[in-house]
Design a protein around this ligand. Structure first.
Ligand code: ZN
Length: 145
């Protein structure tokens, strides 16, 4: 997983999570990636991604394995396309998000769409366990209130 800082033509900076650089590029060229503030599809990534660099060598190996297993860029693009609907339908579990997602993954709870708050660490842990986590730009969830 790569966490990229992205900037739109109107200088809004937001964060995107991608399987790899190729996934980012294909989403940009397909027009799926839009600024959550102004909706502009004219976006580019900023050069620095400091969170990636903190990885230890062991973590890098894990990250590489995870990238290999990551869904194709096309699948990810479809996810983004449906994100708006999913957010609208998802149950807001707030800060219990990581625990709920894990319980569903392990079959302790019936699967359902949830949204909520997860730290970067929690999200990374879920991804490590093969649980698909889709970050939602704050502007998108904000429209629900
Ligand atoms: Zn913008």
């Amino acid at each position: 997983m790569k966490v990229l800082d992205i900037q739109c033509a109107n200088a809004h900076v937001f964060e995107g999570w991608f399987a790899d650089e190729d996934a980012f590029q294909s989403q940009v060229s397909a027009g799926f990636l839009q600024c959550p503030v102004c909706g502009s599809a004219a976006v580019h990534k900023l050069l620095s991604a400091p969170r990636i660099r903190r990885s230890t060598p062991a973590t890098d190996k894990t990250a590489q394995a995870r990238q290999d297993a990551a869904p194709a860029a096309q699948v990810q693009a479809q996810w983004l396309q449906r994100a708006r609907d999913m957010v609208a339908q998802a149950e807001d579990v707030g800060e219990r998000f990581a625990a709920e997602a894990r319980a569903m993954h392990e079959g302790e709870q019936e699967g359902r769409a949830i949204r909520g708050v997860a730290s970067a660490e929690e999200a990374r842990g879920l991804l490590d366990d093969g649980i698909l986590v889709l970050p939602v730009p704050p502007a998108l969830s904000g429209t629900l209130h």
